[in-house]
Design a protein around this ligand. Structure first.
Ligand code: ARG
Length: 585
């Protein structure tokens, strides 16, 4: 189903073509002055430039061609040649009826037949997830939901950081502390104990200690490096110990992702591609793409037109260890082999932009990416109200679990303030608070353009007024309760004709365009804007009109139908944002 804007653009495009002009000039957009018109087409100005003609004259010929089309209620020319126009209420009603019948609510099928791998989350084994990984998780999850909704085959991969120096740091720390000597005994031929010698809590203490020790002492760092290389080379005791770290961490991570309502198709990690690395290196060397440099193996990726120096991608260090970029390059091979994707999205902090540029260039140079376009979807930092990266009150790194708990407590307070759910069971209240808390966090994150740094102000984002997650949840719950109270109306629905009604219909019909734009720009904030505008249009409509006690049955039926589609659209968009709507509040 094409959206209203798309069909209108097609009509205008045909009119431009009939005048011997490019159909692209017929692009229609929602008017930026809704008080003047519903839609506008500014193509006559650009067309006039290209054809060296008078823009107003072109606009006149276009309008003359379109006048007879029944869809238009009016077509006006403004200023130098802008075409402002409205669509008839009957046309809006017909469109709305079609949308109401469509399960997908007219969502575009941009991804039909296409596959995307979305790499997001990216937590590191043995380190608790913190707010740095939160943005990747929230944005990535929204993108996986959106791409699925527009027909893509989506493969999401958490891409655990499980193969780098932090593993060697931990292994050596455990050795030094004598916690589990069997894993270090060169005479031990296995099997190794099935129970992990360390818990997640142990890892949370061991890793920072190891990392600090390595920072302070070069010899200690060297020991960690050697342990990393030995792990990667397959030393059995180290591998066995490492497996325990991964298993223990995965359990903790699954719980955190689960509490966010986020799932992954693949729980792969950097280590998954270990066996693909030696053949990859051999082939890169044989093809002259990788070269030795000061004992390391590198792929030069600089180009003549680079404005900034572009360092080579280092594949193997002089000590034999492989790096983050090596596993990322091999992961491209694995994904192309297993899924033959059209697109791979990496939802990772924008400070890693240079890294991805190196990896993408190396992959493209070596033709490892198959048909896939490789794209880094970067994002900025989540700051505290002090403008610095978000921290705990004590100044430590905020763990995700604690953040969620904080938002839930805030939600409880707000719900109580509003007198919402006062007579519900404690269990239901807790569930609502959890959903509202998550909505607070997710909407705060998604409503800013992802590349900007934003201030996470729990106080502001947990409010039930303004552009917040809780406001939108509440808006949906209210519509649901209207519909619950409604009796079945058998009358044929009347055509809605008031400005407030039209505004809701127009907002609803823009859903496919909002989804397409959000997908195209990988920009969830477009969906947030959409949801907020729709909720506001609805609330103006509801303030101005009777619904449940409208005396005219046909009008009541039409308004109830409008409520129904609004609820469906709002719930759908919130779902794309990863936000659940409580049954009641
Ligand atoms: N583990 C990395 C980090 O914490 C993020 C991984 C992102 N994905 C990737 N394919 N490199 O920074």
């Amino acid at each position: 189903m094409t959206s209203l804007v798309q069909s209108l653009s097609a009509l205008f495009g045909a009119a431009f073509t009939a005048e011997g002009l490019d159909a692209a000039f017929g692009q229609v957009q929602v008017s930026d002055r809704p008080d003047l018109a519903q839609f506008q087409c500014n193509g006559a100005l650009a067309a006039a430039k290209a054809a060296k003609a008078n823009p107003r004259a072109i606009a006149q010929t276009i309008v003359a061609r379109l006048k007879a089309e029944p869809v238009f209620a009016r077509l006006d020319i403004a200023g130098p040649g802008f075409i402002n126009f409205d669509v008839t209420d009957d046309a809006l009603a017909a469109r709305l009826g079609a949308m109401a019948k469509d399960e997908r609510l007219g969502a575009p099928m941009t991804g039909a037949g296409r596959t995307v791998v979305i790499d997001f989350g990216g937590p590191n084994v043995a380190k608790p997830m913190h707010v740095g990984h939160l943005r990747s998780t929230i944005i990535g999850d929204c993108l996986q939901r959106l791409f699925r909704a527009t027909g893509w085959r989506v493969v999401s991969d958490v891409h655990l950081g499980d193969w780098g120096l932090q593993m060697g740091q931990l292994i050596s720390e455990i050795e030094l502390r004598g916690i589990a000597p069997v894993y270090f005994d060169p005479d031990c031929k296995g099997p190794y104990p099935e129970v992990s010698p360390v818990t997640m809590e142990d890892l949370e203490e061991l890793y920072p200690a190891a990392s600090a020790a390595c920072k302070a002492d070069p010899a200690r760092l060297e020991m960690a490096r050697r342990a990393t290389v030995a792990l990667q080379d397959g030393r059995p005791g180290y591998r066995a110990l490492w497996k325990h770290f991964v298993a223990v961490s995965e359990k903790g991570l699954a719980r955190e992702f689960g509490s966010l309502g986020v799932t992954f198709d693949l729980w792969n990690g950097e280590s998954t591609v270990h066996d693909l690395i030696p053949p990859m290196l051999d082939s890169l060397k044989a093809r002259g793409l990788a070269e030795e440099s000061e004992g390391a193996l590198i792929v030069p990726v600089a180009r003549d037109d680079d404005k900034k120096p572009m360092p080579p991608l280092i594949l193997v260090k002089s000590d034999g260890g492989v790096l983050y970029g090596t596993t990322d390059l091999a992961t491209v091979i694995q994904r192309v082999r297993d899924y033959d994707p059209d697109l791979i999205l990496y939802v990772v902090d924008h400070r890693q932009h240079g890294h991805f540029e190196q990896v993408f260039r190396a992959a493209e140079k070596a033709g490892l990416n198959g048909r896939a376009h490789l794209e880094h979807v970067g994002y900025g930092t989540m700051n505290g109200t002090d403008g610095k990266p978000f921290k705990t009150r004590a100044g430590g790194v905020m763990k995700l679990y604690d953040l969620i708990a904080m938002a839930r407590v805030e939600a409880e307070t707000r719900l109580a303030e509003q007198g919402l759910g006062a007579d519900y069971t404690a269990e239901e209240k807790a569930q609502i608070a959890q959903q509202v808390g998550l909505a607070t966090i997710k909407f705060a994150d998604l409503s800013n353009h992802r590349t900007t740094d934003y201030v996470f102000d729990l106080e502001r984002f947990s409010k039930f007024e303004g552009k917040t997650g809780p406001y939108l949840q509440y808006a949906a719950v209210r519509i649901r309760s209207i519909l619950r109270k409604a009796e079945l109306v058998s009358a044929a629905p009347a055509v809605l004709r008031t400005p407030e009604e039209r505004a809701v219909i127009l907002a609803l019909l823009a859903l496919p365009d909002a989804m397409a734009a959000a997908e195209d720009k990988r920009a969830p904030n477009i969906l947030c804007d959409y949801a907020f505008n729709l909720a506001q249009a609805f609330s103006r409509f509801y303030a101005a009109h009777h619904v449940l006690n409208e005396a005219d049955a046909g009008l009541r039926a039409a308004r109830l139908a409008l409520c129904g589609v609004t609820l469906a659209a709002l719930t759908r968009v919130l779902d794309l944002l990863g936000i659940a709507v409580p049954e009641r509040m």
